[in-house]
Design a protein around this ligand. Structure first.
Ligand code: EPU
Length: 316
């Protein structure tokens, strides 16, 4: 999206952010890489972006290591660093676009692992008064693509550092779909092979945002009741599903594909032809164009299946 903000402040230390907050044009928007944001227009205020780019081992036991990572570190650089150093926990999250700070807000996830599984503490700065506040994992209220920073405390805290607990002992998690097969083909479950397999699977399904504008999964996979699921299954015996807290998770990509939207366009916005959960900007799309497509898809899925999809992408 070609959008502008009135001003952008890159902050490289917590003191820089605290100083900037004393005299700042409001509203304020804290962003990471921007990978999960859809701007509906220019931003009339100040965008804050952390450039803290340190990765520091702050503790270690026989089995585990505690690593403090700056919010501005590119997420996949951190994953690559863990792979090289033999630290287990984030390899399934290889090649996810974005930065470390935002990954703790969004609770990014892929291939059976979520950021919350390895986060120990999220260190933040309060945007209202510049005070520091640490959130333990349980205080972050993590759930599927959710955290306290997206809900109750939305827009109130800037992440400065995330502290992770990673394993020195191999802990391959290969339960998801084609992952085990691909890892076996590469020679077995080493960190490097898992990373390579995840990257290959992602590349086969997901468009590179640098080449074709997109925000990854546009919608979250809905969790529906057993009853609702059984009704769908009676009409579509092949409906894919996963057990989930509170019911059954159905892939939104499947629901969208069944409405006939996969690969189709609405103006300059389109549904990606290889993965119906991804909306793409074919060139020149505005936030309104993408929202029009998203709203149309939501209405069609609602009409066909009685399920209301929620967006994973945050509208600004
Ligand atoms: N499917 C279809 N048609 C499609 C797409 C998917 O029928 O066009 C069905 C297939 O049955 C497939 C199943 O949906 O087996 C699951 O598809 P996929 O493995 O591609 O995963 P997903 O549920 O669509 C989720 C995450 C992704 C993550 C993958 C892998 C969400 C919203 N998305 O997608 O995360 O990479 O699983 O774990 O949970 C992201 O959040 O931006 C993201 C890319």
């Amino acid at each position: 999206m070609d959008v502008r903000a009135d001003s952008l402040i890159d902050w490289a230390t917590t003191d820089e952010l605290k100083n900037a907050l004393q005299d700042i044009e409001k509203p304020v928007l804290m962003i990471g890489g921007g990978s999960n944001l859809l701007f509906m227009g220019d931003f009339k205020g100040t965008v804050l972006h952390s450039t803290i780019s340190t990765i520091e081992i702050i503790g270690s036991t026989d089995d585990h290591v505690h690593v403090k990572v700056g919010a501005g570190v590119i997420w996949d650089d951190f994953v690559a660093w863990c792979t090289v150093n033999g630290f287990w926990g984030v390899e399934n999250l290889s090649a996810i676009p974005g930065e470390v700070g935002a990954s703790a807000v969004q609770n990014i996830g892929a291939y059976g692992v979520e950021a919350k599984d390895v986060i120990d503490t999220v260190q933040t700065i309060c945007l209202a008064d510049g005070t520091e506040r640490d959130f333990s994992n349980s205080e972050c209220n993590y759930a599927y693509r959710q955290s306290i920073f997206k809900n109750e405390l939305k827009g109130q805290y800037a992440v400065a550092y995330v502290i992770y607990t990673l394993s020195k002992v191999p802990q391959p998690k290969l339960g998801y779909g084609a992952l085990e097969q691909e890892v076996t083909r590469l020679g077995g479950p080493t960190l490097a092979n898992i990373r390579q397999a995840v990257i290959a699977i992602r590349e086969s399904k997901l468009p590179d945002p640098k080449v074709l504008g997109n925000a990854g999964s546009f919608f979250m996979n809905p969790v529906i009741s057993e009853l609702e699921f059984n009704i769908i299954r009676s009409n579509y015996p092949d409906v894919p599903s996963y057990a989930a807290p509170g019911g059954v998770k159905v892939p939104a990509g499947w629901l969208i594909e069944k409405t006939g939207w996969k690969g189709r366009s609405l103006g300059p916005a389109a549904v990606y032809e290889k993965q119906a959960l991804v909306l793409v900007n074919k060139g020149g799309a505005t936030g309104a164009d993408v929202k029009r497509l998203a709203d149309t898809i939501i209405a069609d899925v609602k009409q066909k299946f009685g399920i209301t999809l929620s967006t994973e992408v945050n509208y600004i």
